[in-house]
Design a protein around this ligand. Sequence first.
Ligand SMILES: Cc1cc2nc3c(=O)[nH]c(=O)nc-3n(C[C@H](O)[C@H](O)[C@H](O)COP(=O)(O)O)c2cc1C
Length: 201
Amino acid sequence: MTAPEQVQLQNIAACDYEIFALLKQRYSPRTFKDLALKEAHIKQLFEAVRWSASSYNRQPWRFIYAEKNSEGYDKILSCLSDFNKEWAKNAPFLMLTAYKKETEDGKENFHALHDLGLSLGGMTMQAQYLGIAMHHMAGVDWKQAEKLFNVPEGFHITTAIAIGYYGGELDALSTELQQQELAERERMPQEDFAFKATWKS
Ligand SMILES: Cc1cc2nc3c(=O)[nH]c(=O)nc-3n(C[C@H](O)[C@H](O)[C@H](O)COP(=O)(O)O)c2cc1C
């Protein structure tokens, strides 16, 4: 077994209850295979978004994506926090996510962020099915990104995402990041967030 395969095995969720294999196998790596995403796979990722549910079918999600060795890629990379820049440069594909802030009648679309997130959940699972990892990032200077990409009024850049096939060598990372990649994954127990019949603090 190769080292990247071992890391993948080690990161399978230690579930308390059995879940769908794709959910269990997903994690957020900081290394990626040095391979461009296939054009057909890119289309499949956005198709998964396309068929996501959204409030009143408003489909408020928007994306800007770019492949490695392009001006667009360097522009997205330049908007990331220093911490994220350090490892996200390993990804062959970078993306910014955004949502439309208002409804057709000019009111705040309170559910737009929910819908963007839900669509990304679908995309993340479609990606997993294709052997593609998505590492979502809040560490992005959204103001700079909106300026650099001339994002029109009424839209808000939300996150960046590093995307690529699972793989890549651990030694592409600093010692500290290698440790994080191999660290045990932790989650709070269900009782702390799923309340039956009454709010539990
Ligand atoms: C909205 C969002 C923002 C995140 N921002 C960052 C980030 O800026 N940098 C980073 O290294 N990881 C980021 N992550 C990844 C989380 O740290 C990761 O999902 C979490 O620790 C659980 O690990 P897992 O995805 O491997 O299960 C983000 C994840 C999400 C969903």
